[in-house]
Design a binder for this molecule. Structure first.
Ligand SMILES: Cc1ncc(COP(=O)(O)O)c(C=O)c1O
Length: 436
């Protein structure tokens, strides 16, 4: 591939001095104090005041009774999935998952950590297509899925890039079918949604709720996650399972399978120092989103959308979607990509390469789960019904697949809250030049 900096279209644009990141940690100084306290008091373990305090503060912030600190958001999702599996289908044998032989409806356009726990628990994920309005699970496709698989009792939904999904409609459909909801709010901490008259935080909308403090999230501990609930019983169970399922015996005694998933008190110190800055980070991310929206308004693109009436995203990542008519040719293989420029058009891969050439970090839209090699044999349901096997040599077209279309036409823009206005203007200019 030629160096895009040599391309005459980008003449006069200077590379960035440092790197402009997609979304990197922002430390404020308070983190050091709580980490030091953990080290000085020798609470360098999976218990201590930092954990107690972050659990208290996050539960209070989200408006739920209990938050259980875990090593990752993935661990929180696994615990949530196992709890749901046990409630629905009973306790499993030690060598079997709680979802053995069961199907679970799952968000399709998400990170694989949302849905892998279904496989950890021996279940089969059925992917539900995405809607254009929020880039999240389409309630119409969910309804179709219940028509095809009426015995399903569990739904896993994520709020992609910090934009709340249509939880009101999803909840109504799940209630009608007696299904439980696992809410993956890993990307959306601080985002709000209005399911009825009152606004609620994401992380308080499901029957089992999870958040993440991974290094790229809106606030971070370098890693970490939490299971959020109003149920004391569920919180206690997750505390037990995540610390190897010890019984109250003088020796190591186990009646259930255990996991080593608890949060470290040192990591909790970093999170404790970050919590006071959550709203500030959201304001910064929102300003970045609005600046992109304004700066790209004259191009044939749109920003990642949200329901302005009933939701307030945390704007974790700003993304754009190129209009179909303005999409230049690009071909994606399993691991490589080729693109061609056409005047007046561009493609996500061209824009990502151009941003990268000048020292910026964007990212493709998360590749939908139904397109992932590992999950290609799993069912996929769209607004048209079964989304598999829709192509035919004798009939034109391949049916609706919104997730694949957003993956094809969209990309995540550098969204780091430390990006300066000048740096963002330069990225906006680079994107303009891609369409020359
Ligand atoms: C939607 C989503 N779910 C789950 C996770 C997993 O969180 P963690 O990295 O803390 O395990 C992530 C990100 O990392 C995510 O983006």
């Amino acid at each position: 591939m030629t160096d895009l900096r040599e391309d005459p279209r980008f003449k006069g644009i200077e590379p960035f001095d440092g790197k402009v990141w997609l979304s990197s940690p922002s430390m404020h100084g308070d983190e050091q104090r709580w980490v030091d306290e953990a080290l000085q008091t020798n609470w360098v373990t999976t218990a201590g005041s930092n954990i107690n305090e972050v659990e208290r503060q996050i539960a209070e912030y989200i408006g739920m009774k209990y938050a259980v600190g875990l090593s990752t958001g993935t661990a929180a999702l696994h615990m949530a999935t196992k709890l749901a599996g046990e409630r629905l289908y009973g306790q499993a044998r030690p060598n079997e998952g709680t979802l053995s032989g069961r199907r679970v409806f799952c968000s399709d356009l998400t990170f694989d950590a949302t849905i892998n726990p279904v496989a950890y628990e021996d279940g089969e994920a059925v992917f539900i297509d995405t809607e254009y309005d929020t880039w999240n699970m389409d309630p119409v496709a969910l309804e179709r899925a219940f028509e095809i698989y009426p015995d399903v009792r569990l739904v896993v939904v994520a709020h992609l890039y910090g934009t709340p999904c249509r939880m009101r409609e999803i909840r109504e459909i799940c209630d009608a079918h007696g299904a439980l909801i696992i809410e993956d709010a890993a990307e959306s901490l601080g985002a709000k949604y209005r399911p009825e008259d009152e606004w609620r935080e994401t992380g308080a909308l499901g029957d089992y709720n999870c958040i993440s403090f991974n290094g790229n999230k809106i606030i971070t501990g370098s890693g970490g996650g939490m299971f959020i609930t109003d149920s004391k019983e569920d919180a206690d169970k997750v505390r037990k399972w995540s610390t190897q399922s010890r019984e109250a015996a003088p020796w190591y005694q186990h009646e259930e399978i255990g996991y080593n998933y608890r949060m470290s008190n040192v990591i909790a110190g970093v999170i404790r120092g970050q919590i006071p800055y959550l709203r500030e980070h959201i304001e910064q991310k929102k300003a970045i989103y609005e600046r992109y929206k304004k700066g790209l308004a004259d191009l044939p693109v749109m920003m990642n959308p949200f329901d302005r009436e009933n939701s307030e995203p945390n704007f974790w990542l700003s993304c754009l979607l190129i209009d179909s008519e303005a999409l230049a040719p690009q071909v994606r293989g399993e691991q490589e990509v080729l693109w061609n420029h056409e005047p007046g058009k561009s493609s996500p891969t061209e824009i990502l390469d151009a941003i990268k050439a000048f020292g910026g970090e964007g990212r493709p839209i998360w590749k939908p789960m139904h397109m992932q090699p590992i999950y290609r044999i799993n069912p996929f349901v769209t607004v048209e019904g079964n989304g598999r096997g829709r192509t035919n040599a004798y009939i034109k077209g391949s049916g609706i697949d919104v997730g694949a279309d957003i993956f094809r036409r969209g990309l995540c823009l550098p969204s780091d809250n430390k990006m300066t206005e000048e740096q963002q203007d330069r990225i906006i200019e680079i994107i303009h030049r891609c369409f020359l």
